[in-house]
Design a protein around this ligand. Structure first.
Ligand code: ADE
Length: 229
């Protein structure tokens, strides 16, 4: 999988996509993340990438030309399954969407800034729009890092324990069951006995029951409301 991220703040990806699991995925050759600085595609000698909104109003708008130049260059090199614009009014990211995107070969994540991008970018260049939540960030960079992380960790071979991504919270519309590690007893706070019984079937049943119970307690919206998947 290859993810190309287009941004006017490439420094924001230091410490995110070059770390932890994403780094490991790159080192193993399972995923590549390429960051593209929109400034490199600026239209004039002033390195301009944004301008005032037609019709007036506060805030700058990212111009279509640098974005089009960058996307066209990338599209000339390979085909893309999706060109995704990170936006608070996009479809809300869910485990279902991450699962779907994890099957993509190549995708572009376009980060907005300031007032956003010229609407014609959304009309003519973008194929999908994703929000990571009902709040407004200063730009799409953090959202793009969240999307990249949630997708790449699903790729076979990225996680140490292959089954662990499949047993995550939300994977079956259930939150994850509780987990414990040594010591089995700490200050009299004991680990549930079944987990130290060595009885695999009983442990699986217990985990499933706990996941259902927890979902009912913490996220009842996940049970029965399809719109949350
Ligand atoms: N850009 C600004 N806010 C955002 C959000 N909530 N999700 C995705 N991109 C954004």
């Amino acid at each position: 999988m290859r993810i190309d991220i287009i941004t006017c703040l490439p420094e924001m990806f230091k410490g995110t996509v070059d770390q932890s699991i994403l780094k490991r995925a790159e080192d193993k050759g399972l995923a590549q993340i390429h960051i593209h600085n929109l400034r490199d595609y600026a239209v004039n000698k002033h390195n301009q990438i944004d301008d005032y909104a037609f019709g007036g109003g506060a805030g700058m708008v990212l111009m279509i030309e640098p974005i089009d130049k960058c996307i066209s260059k990338l599209k000339a090199e390979r085909s893309y399954d999706d060109i995704i614009y990170m936006s608070p009014d996009g479809e809300l990211l869910s485990q279902g969407i991450s699962n779907e995107l994890s099957l993509h070969q190549n995708m572009i994540l376009l980060c907005g800034h300031y007032k956003g991008v010229d609407e014609r970018v959304r009309e003519h260049l973008v194929t999908r729009e994703i929000s990571i939540g009902n709040y407004v960030l200063t730009g799409g960079e953090l959202a793009a890092a969240v999307v990249a992380d949630s997708i790449i960790r699903l790729l076979p071979g990225v996680m140490n324990d292959e089954t662990s991504a499949l047993t995550d919270s939300f994977q079956d519309n259930l939150v994850a069951p509780p987990v414990y590690t040594r010591p089995a007893d700490y200050k009299g706070w004991a680990v549930p006995e079944v987990l130290t019984s060595g009885h695999e079937a009983k442990i699986n049943d217990w985990r499933f029951d706990q996941a259902v119970k927890r979902t009912r307690q913490k996220r009842p919206d996940l049970l029965g409301d399809e719109s949350n998947n």
